[in-house]
Design a protein around this ligand. Structure first.
Ligand code: ADP
Ligand code: GN1
Ligand code: MG
Length: 370
């Protein structure tokens, strides 16, 4: 048996699924963790599914702290949802501990694995085909923000230090260009120049935070459309997933990352850049719904900075893809050569569009200001 298969069998044996396992296969489109869907066959009902994940060792140095955060947040969300008369089993993730009673299982190769119930009768979208769908995701992420507004932020570990510290991302990018260890900088000089021309932008949100204009809150920090499960019948957001990066942050990070990924009609790795453009109607639909979801809890300054959230999260993500390309694709899963460079190019095309349509974005956000 190959090592990977042997490890998977070891891990499957470490959890009690309550019924025989009939199969485990790779699942989903995440760039970070290794995700599997596990099918089991209870005697008295049809197949029951689970999500089994090996947490990325490249991304997360301390799986113990990561799981501590996730257990704290999911238990808290569960209580909030029950108090509001919701369905806890569908609306919040729930960690299933391994047989050894720990928060996660460490396999004999050192991999760290966790298990969740599969949230059934939901759809995970890779693109926002309609404004209604995108708005539903905005309401869900806004509500997530509202549900966690009183969560004790000081109990959260920083699972990835400097995650949305755009200044730090810029510094790491410059170091990668300087080292150019694979000689790849020559393939992407115009992308490198694009970043260098926006060096000052990287400080805009951090300066506002340091000046006391923007408060730290508990934020998700990875609000891609495919990190919310939508009800397959109603189309509404059911459950926010991928809680690895729930940490103190600025609300504009959550808003901006959703816009980055969802307010256009292309995949993040589209190679035909003529197809990639910001859809301002999607931006408007998301803005309205996100603010509804937050239930009026944001300050005027936070709302005013939302367009910056969109631009900064897109620029930062492009910088991260470009840096990973330069250092040899160490962080993001890739499926082809230059995959990270392709991803970087779509991000920079979107940044350029945002800059060109800045006044429109500000007007939309202003319209929804208190
Ligand atoms: P990554 O950090 O690699 O993006 P995710 O936690 O987002 O990992 O999981 C990858 C994919 O697996 C998701 O986009 C979604 O399709 C699916 N998924 C994750 N958790 C669940 C769940 N509890 N129920 C149903 N699908 C899930
Ligand atoms: C990763 O985990 P996933 O695939 O939802 C990454 C995000 C990036 C995104 C780009 C922990 O998100 O920060 O914006 O890829 N997550 C982590 O698609 O680094
Ligand atoms: Mg994900």
């Amino acid at each position: 048996m190959a090592q990977a298969e042997q490890t998977l069998q070891e891990v499957l044996g470490a959890f009690d699924f309550g019924a025989p396992v009939v199969g485990a296969i790779r699942y989903g489109c995440g760039h970070i963790n290794d995700t599997f869907v596990v099918h089991t066959q209870p005697e008295d009902r049809c197949c029951r599914r689970f999500i089994l994940q090996r947490m990325s060792a490249a991304a997360f140095k301390r799986p113990d702290q990561l799981m501590d955060n996730i257990i704290g947040v999911t238990e808290y969300l569960g209580k909030q949802i029950i108090a509001r008369g919701g369905d806890r089993s569908r609306e919040a993730m729930e960690v299933i501990r391994p047989k050894n009673g720990q928060d996660y299982y460490t396999d004999s190769q050192g991999g760290a694995w966790r298990l969740y119930p599969f949230v059934e009768e939901t759809v995970c979208h890779q693109a926002a085909d309609t404004p209604e769908l995108f708005a539903a995701s905005g309401r869900a992420f806004g509500r997530f923000q509202q549900l966690l507004k009183d969560y004790p932020a000081d109990t959260l570990y920083e699972t990835i230090p400097h995650f949305h510290d755009t200044e730090d991302r810029l510094a790491k990018f410059k170091a990668a260009v300087e080292a150019d260890k694979l000689g790849r900088a020559k393939d992407c000089q115009s992308e490198i120049d694009f970043v260098l021309a926006r060096e000052k932008d990287c400080s805009v949100a951090l300066d506002a935070m340091r000046a006391g204009k923007l408060p730290l809150r508990v934020t998700h920090n990875d609000t891609k459309l495919n990190n919310v499960l939508m009800d397959e019948r109603t189309g509404e957001g059911v459950c926010i997933i991928d809680l690895d990066t729930v940490m103190p942050g600025l609300v504009l990070y959550d808003f901006g990352d959703s816009i980055r990924f969802g307010a256009n009609h292309c995949a993040e790795d589209e190679t035909d850049l003529s197809k990639v453009s910001l859809d301002v109607d999607l931006f408007a639909a998301y803005t309205k719904a996100f603010l509804e979801g937050t239930g009026g809890s944001l300050t005027n300054a936070e709302i005013e900075y939302l367009p910056w959230g969109a631009k900064l999260m897109t620029l930062e993500c492009g910088i991260r893809f470009l840096t990973d390309y330069l250092v040899g694709d160490e962080y993001f899963h890739i499926a082809r050569e230059k995959h990270n460079l392709d991803r970087c190019r779509t991000q920079f095309k979107l940044v350029a569009d945002m800059e060109a349509r800045w006044a429109e974005l500000e007007a939309i956000v202003n319209q929804y200001r208190k």
